[in-house]
Design a protein around this ligand. Structure first.
Ligand code: SAH
Length: 230
């Protein structure tokens, strides 16, 4: 039986999944609760990491090494950078980068760490499943680069800087951790995010207003992906 890990950053992002599965068991490791259940012929492990790249890296490592997940799916909300993304839209990451890595003083490109990759690509099979699930529901899925860093972006200038330097469509605080950990451990992964704000000067107000709804949209989309899996 395959084991699928589903990670969110915040409680609000995984609660809709726990509400859907209803019955689950809780295992506590490393300051996180991991909720285990089954769906169809899958073992499902669900956890929220807490906000930021370090927390997400820990949760993803535990998913992979303790629960031996066969794949990892991230669900949550993000700030939209592309002008065609509005609140509630769903983005599927093509690749992830860390916009807050800067060792350019040594001549390295922004976001690049030696012996690592600037952009870490998501799994094409999982992305196909996401695209099929979207098509069936008539959801227009945005496919593009997501930039991660340890700041909530609520500033038009900083937003433009991330677009210019990384060609990203959305910004959030965990995706690149999931990407780096999963790819180094050879675990297929994908990142799904519903837009909660536009990372501009009103982002905090928009985030508070739309977090619950966008988190639910993303979680519902994850369920539709599980239904699409063979
Ligand atoms: N209101 C929360 C903090 C939210 S931080 C509190 O007080 O505890 C924002 C979270 O949503 C992060 O997990 C991040 O991944 C995502 N996110 C949504 N919009 C974002 C934006 N504009 N910039 C960065 N992260 C964003």
């Amino acid at each position: 039986m395959k084991t699928i890990g589903i990670i969110g950053a915040m409680r609000e992002e995984v609660m809709p999944l726990l509400d859907f599965f209803k019955k689950y068991e809780e295992v506590k490791i490393g300051g996180n609760s991991f909720y285990t259940t089954t769906y169809k012929n899958y073992n499902i492990i669900i956890a929220y990491s807490k906000i930021g790249k370090i927390h997400a890296a820990l949760t993803c490592s535990i998913m992979a090494l303790h629960f031996c997940t066969d794949c990892i799916i991230f669900t949550g909300v993000a700030g939209g950078l592309s002008s065609d993304l509005k609140v509630g839209d769903i983005i599927l990451a093509s690749s992830l980068c860390q916009y807050d890595v800067d060792i350019s003083a040594f001549g390295h490109p922004l976001g690049f760490i030696p012996e690592s990759e600037l952009y870490v690509h998501t799994d094409s099979n999982l992305n196909e499943i996401a695209k099929k699930a979207a098509m069936k529901q008539n959801i227009k899925l945005k496919y593009g680069i997501i930039a991660s860093g340890d700041s909530f972006i609520s500033n038009a200038q900083k937003k433009q800087w991330i677009i210019d330097k990384f060609d990203a469509c959305a910004v959030e605080m965990e995706g690149a951790s999931i990407a780096v950990v999963s790819s180094l451990l050879n675990i297929p992964f994908c990142i799904i995010r519903a837009i909660s704000d536009s990372a501009d000067d009103n982002a905090d107000i928009s985030f508070d207003e739309f977090l619950a709804d966008s988190a639910k949209r993303s979680a519902a989309f994850i369920i539709s992906m599980l239904d699409e899996m063979q």
